[in-house]
Each structure stands twice: as C-alpha cells, then as structure tokens.
Design a protein around this ligand. Structure first.
Ligand code: SF4
Length: 540
C-alpha cells in the first residue's frame, strides 16, 4: 500500500526519481540504494528522515560506479590459500577454540594477534624497550568495516594488555564497553606503556590487503618503529602474519585431503571416521588417546555451559548494540516444552538451544569456534540435545566431535571458514555440516551416512551471504544458528533413511562448490555490512 504521507520520500516514487543526486555519486547506484532503504522503511513502518535515507544511500552507493568485485583479495602466499595442496594437518586444539564472542575472526583472531605481538614485544632487548613510548593497532578491510559492531577494538586492546581469549573474563570486555576511557599500563621490561581504546585505530576499509581481515601492530618510540608486524585473522580464530610458516608437525597416520580418502580408510579398516581422525590427531600432535579425549571433553563441557548460560538469561534481556534485540532463547524453550506435539517440541527445543548459545555470542561471552563465533550456536545445540535430552552415551558424542572436526578441517582445507572470504555459507553452512556429521556419528551411522549427512547440510547452505545488520553478529546470525541446527538434524534424518549408496552428491563435490561460490560471491556480501539485510533493515 502506498505511503500517504506526502512528506515521506517514498510517498510517490516520482519524488524519489526527482530527488537531487548528491555531487560525485553515481545516479543509478544512488537511486537503487535509496529505493531499497525506502522500501524497507515502508514495510517496517519506520520513517527515517529524507536526510537519513540520503546519507545511507550515499554511504553505500560509492562515488563511482565500480564494477562488482567477484574475488576476495587473498594473497597467493598466505598459508590459508596454499595449504590445500598436502594432507590435512589441522589439530583439534587449533580448530575448537574457546574465546569471547561475537566473532572468531573479529574478536578471537584479533585478540590472539595482539596477545602474540605483546609476547614478541616482551622479548625485545632491554635497550630497545627502554625507548618505547607507544603501542598502536591499525585495523583494515573487513576488520575496520564491521569491527565496531563486533567489539574488535576491545578484543584487540585486551590482547595487548596480556589477556588470553580462552581465559579472559567477559566482564573485562564488558567494562571496556561501559567505560571506554580506561587506561591500562602494559609492562615491557622496565618500561610501562599506557594503552587505551584510542590506540586501536579503525583504518582503511578498502585497499590492496593480503587478506580482508588485515591488521598491523606497532611498538613505537615517538615516530620511530621499534617493532611492527602485519597480521591476518584468516577465519575461525586462526591467525597468520607476514612471512608466516606453519609449525612443523608429525605426519598423520592416515594422510587424507578428501572425504573420499577419509571414508575409504574408515571402511577398509572397518572402523569409523571418528577413529581415523583420532589416530591422526595422536600421530600429528603426539598426544595419547586420553589426552585427545580430555581436550574433546573440555570443548563439550564448554558447549553445554554456553547453552545453559544462554537459557538462564532473563527473557527480557536486551543484547548489546543498536538493534536492541531481545533475548528469546528462554521463551522459545519454555513454549516449546509446552507444545502438545512431540515433533514440534523437538524442533522448538533444538532451536532454543542454538539461540541460547548464539545469544551468548552476541553478548560477547565465551563461546567455542565450531567453526566460528557467528556460528557458535549450531554445534552446541546438537551436543546439548544429544547429551542432555537424548542422553546419548558421552563416548559417542566425543566421537561425533571428531567426525565434525574432520568436516570442518576439509572445508577449511579446500574452501574457507571465513565470512570475509565466503559469506555465511562458510560459517553457518560449515557448522551445520559439522553438526550433521556429529549427529550421524553419535547415532552409530556408517561412514557413508556420516558423509551424506554432512554433504546434505552443507549443500543447502551454498550461496548464503553474510550481511549482519549494523555490523552486529545478531541479525540474521542468531536465528540463523537455529536454522543451521535444524537443517543438520534434517540432513541426518534424510541421510539415515535414504539408501546411502544412492546419494547422488559427494561431500568433496559440495566443498568444491563452496570454494567456487566463495570466489564468485560479490564482496559486498562478505561481512562488509554493505548489502543484503544490512542495507534493507532500517533501525528505528
Ligand atoms: S551473517 Fe553469518 S557469516 Fe555473517 S556474521 Fe552472521 S553468522 Fe557470521
């Protein structure tokens, strides 16, 4: 229905066409952006001023009609680009990481980076440290474009003052948000350097970066640089730096770089995908079986804790940020439990578990990368459901965690886990695929069914873009975790009920499609908040 307010810029579309186009702005792009924003305003009933709409359209239309970029600007020498050539060597402790939300690439990665720099700086000779006057962090690319919504500056500062992601008290990060002027002394040798959020600079969002998530950290003596390092937060909390060489590892017992190879090992040895992964973990990392399972237990317990914590939050809790999103996990859980239909109850509580863990991520509380912070509701939802509701034997859930890791490793190996490289298919899509493998393994499905379940869940996320509203990992992210969890269950349900050998698509083929789609996806849909919901949603 047409808007009848004659002052509203969309009261009549002729008014939109007649609106003056600001100097230096491409007319077609400006009108398209203004129309999207205006249409959203009509549908939502929000009425931003014409000036606000114009400003938003200008900000997102660009001053020149740049062709839509189609490939993420990844340097060929990055390990994250090169590593697909050999066998998978990722280990569980590299993959499943505990840290503060809301984003593995924008909070856990940057915090690991500044913590790494802090460690390097402490090793400088005393005479150099004696000259130091300042520490400075510069954020580039996607880290700069959407970092504010993720609290990247707080995470970066926390690492700089010597806090580690897995053990940082989320209240410390909350205090940086509530009292942003705080100053902290950083001890370097005999020197103490004061740092604050002002030392973390949101720099250029566009440029010739090796990776979309690039940052530099410097130790300065006046204008002289004593130590400088360029880093990349390459997704899932993994980090690299200029000149990075991956650590030397022992060879895996069962070298694989495809799901087909992995499944063949399992079938030939009459065992499961999980047990093959266990053997590799033991040989690559030099750990005993007990040590591997102890780590897996730690991650399972953290996942259960994040769901419990999320469910315990009051129903009227409002998440940080401009969206003012109300928590809904507890409400969905309670109402689902009252549902008279058992199947509806199942879907409702599974969704509630995912919402609970994902809302914890939105609060900046501790979450587990599986594979990322944005997708941190998916795996915990299934883990919690299997352990606490279905009462599945813990060992089966442990094995499920190993099979899920194999799925994540392969996606990282051949495609990406980073929304800045591949959109949301790389986060929620991979998480859902992992959760499908977890579920199938926990229910003793044979290797081919595990593969088929993982394939199906990934397949039905291909092409999904990343467009967080206002740069906050809340909309669409929180509900998207619930959908990822339910899709994982659906994928398992289909895979375990079809004739497995007739499943038409291999997991490896779908991972190849994920990689190609990531390359072809317009960069506006890769965590830039320049398109999709980030553009069409009008906050009011
Ligand atoms: S839209 Fe998806 S990929 Fe993007 S921040 Fe949200 S969960 Fe992550």
């Amino acid at each position: 229905m047409a808007n009848q307010d004659e002052n509203h810029p969309l009261a009549d579309t002729r008014g939109l066409i007649d609106r003056e186009i600001p100097d230096g702005v491409d007319r077609r792009r400006f009108l398209m952006r203004a129309a999207v924003g205006g249409a959203a305003a009509v549908m939502t009933g929000c009425s931003p001023s014409p000036q606000e709409q114009t400003a938003k359209a200008v900000a997102t239309s660009g001053s020149t009609p740049a062709p839509a970029p189609s490939a993420p600007p990844l340097a060929a020498d990055l390990n994250v680009v090169q590593k697909e050539k050999g066998p998978v060597l990722t280990t569980l402790d590299e993959f499943y990481k505990v840290g503060p939300g809301p984003s593995s690439s924008h909070t856990i990665g940057p915090m690991r980076i500044t913590y790494d720099f802090y460690q390097r700086a402490t090793k400088l000779p005393a005479d150099k440290l004696a000259k130091a006057t300042k520490l400075q962090v510069n954020l580039f690319g996607s880290l700069s474009a959407t970092g504010k919504g993720h609290g990247t500056e707080r995470a970066a500062l926390a690492g700089l003052v010597g806090k580690e992601p897995a053990t940082v008290d989320p209240k410390f990060l909350d205090s940086l948000r509530d009292k942003p002027d705080q100053v902290f002394p950083v001890k370097l040798g005999d020197k103490s350097i004061d740092v604050s959020l002002k030392d973390v600079i949101y720099d250029a969002t566009k440029g010739d970066f090796k990776h979309p998530n690039t940052m530099t950290v410097k130790l300065l003596a006046g204008n002289d640089v004593l130590l400088e390092q360029e880093y990349y937060s390459v997704g899932g909390g993994f980090i690299e730096w200029k000149g990075y060489t991956p650590p030397t590892k022992n060879p895996p017992k069962y070298p694989f770089s495809t799901m087909k190879q992995l499944r063949t090992y399992a079938e030939t040895n009459k065992t499961s995908i999980a047990k093959i992964l266990l053997a590799n973990e033991m040989s690559i990392a030099g750990r005993s079986e007990e040590e591997v399972y102890a780590f897996v237990d730690k991650i399972i317990n953290a996942m259960v804790a994040t769901v419990k914590s999320g469910l315990s939050m009051p129903e009227d809790d409002v998440l940080p940020g401009p969206i003012k999103l109300h928590s809904k996990a507890a409400t969905v859980y309670k109402r689902a439990m009252d549902d008279k239909f058992q199947s509806d109850r199942g879907i409702g509580v599974l969704s509630a578990f995912a919402l609970a863990a994902s809302e914890e991520n939105g609060r900046g509380h501790l979450v587990i990368t599986a594979p990322t912070g944005g997708s941190a509701g998916v795996m915990p939802s299934l883990v919690y459901g299997l352990l606490e509701v279905r009462k599945v034997d813990r060992q089966k859930v442990r094995d499920g965690m190993l099979a899920a890791a194999a799925v994540g490793y392969l996606c990282k190996h051949h495609a990406t886990l980073s929304a800045a490289e591949g959109g949301c298919q790389a986060e929620i899509g991979v998480a859902s695929s992992m959760a499908a493998a977890l579920t199938a393994t926990a229910f003793d499905a044979p290797p081919l069914v595990v593969e088929n379940a993982a394939e199906s869940a990934l397949e039905h996320h291909l092409g999904m873009t990343c467009d967080p509203v206002a740069g906050y990992v809340q909309v669409p992210c929180i509900e998207r975790c619930a959908f990822g969890a339910v899709k994982a269950w659906t994928a398992y349900a289909i895979a375990s009920n079809e004739i497995a050998s007739r499943h038409r698509i291999d997991f490896d083929e779908t991972v190849a499609a994920l990689a190609q789609t990531a390359k072809d996806m317009n960069s506006k849909y890769k965590e830039t908040s320049e398109a999709g919901l980030a553009l069409s949603v009008t906050l009011c």
